[in-house]
Write a protein that binds this ligand. Structure first.
Ligand SMILES: *Cc1c(COP(=O)(O)O)cnc(C)c1O
Length: 230
């Protein structure tokens, strides 16, 4: 099998899973964006996926991402999905149209101030820490609504919703229960503060079906799209 055929098959398999999950949930075809989680994968490989129609990629490590952006020849929407250090916000603002892991007002303000093109706001998601894990960023659910209200008012960025990386769970009902918490928090935040947040970045290779069933609008897929990370 040629490498291009292999890429085509992997991309189609992931898209089929997403479309099947959309259908099962009674959601519109195409309502979920596939974000290829491309950390560690080469620029050449990303380019091959872009050639087959991948439009969005998420990167965790800034320097690695910038090098790839300079090499990849096709236009892509670049999402920053890693942990954000406040001394890196300027480069993040210059290089990404979406930033998923915002969990402090200070980071959001810096991204807005450092947006090189303020008439095109940087799309921001607040990260929820659904399992109270110290190793991960994000805010506890209880703090998310007020943080959203504050961040929604900052110029130069556009708050779009929430992102979550829950712990891996090995059955769908447990996966669904935790994703449902993120969905409910988005709805209650909108109600309480009169916001119209409508993006939920949740779901990875092992739990995308549950995430789509519970209202995810962006799944971040690494392993099942690009193969195992070396
Ligand atoms: C690596 C990564 C993913 C993709 O994980 P897979 O299980 O390989 O699909 C998704 N989101 C984030 C934030 C990641 O770092």
């Amino acid at each position: 099998m040629s490498q291009q055929q292999n890429i085509d098959d992997k991309l189609n398999a992931v898209k089929t899973r997403i479309h099947h999950a959309e259908k099962l949930a009674g959601r519109q075809h195409g309502s979920v964006t596939l974000v290829g989680a491309s950390k560690v994968q080469s620029a050449a490989l990303i380019d091959s996926y872009a050639q087959q129609g991948l439009r969005d990629v998420g990167e965790n490590y800034l320097q690695e991402a910038i090098e790839k952006q300079n090499t990849v020849s096709r236009p892509l929407n670049w999402h920053f999905i890693g942990q954000i250090q406040s001394n890196k916000t300027k480069l993040i603002a210059q290089h990404f149209s979406w930033v998923h892991g915002v969990d402090r007002v200070k980071i959001a303000r810096r991204l807005g101030d450092q947006n090189p093109n303020p008439s095109t706001p940087i799309n921001v998601l607040i990260q929820l820490n659904l399992d109270s894990e110290d190793s991960k960023g994000g805010v506890p659910l209880a703090q998310a609504p007020e943080l959203a209200d504050q961040i929604a008012q900052i110029d130069g960025i556009a708050l779009q919703g929430f992102m979550a990386i829950p712990k891996a769970r090995n059955n769908v009902s447990e996966q669904s229960a935790v994703f449902a918490q993120a969905y409910e928090t988005l709805q209650s935040t909108n109600q309480r503060f009169g916001l119209q947040l409508d993006q939920l970045s949740m779901g990875m290779s092992g739990d995308l079906e549950a995430a789509v069933a519970e209202g995810s609008t962006m799944v971040r897929i690494g392993t099942d799209l690009f193969g195992a990370r070396k």
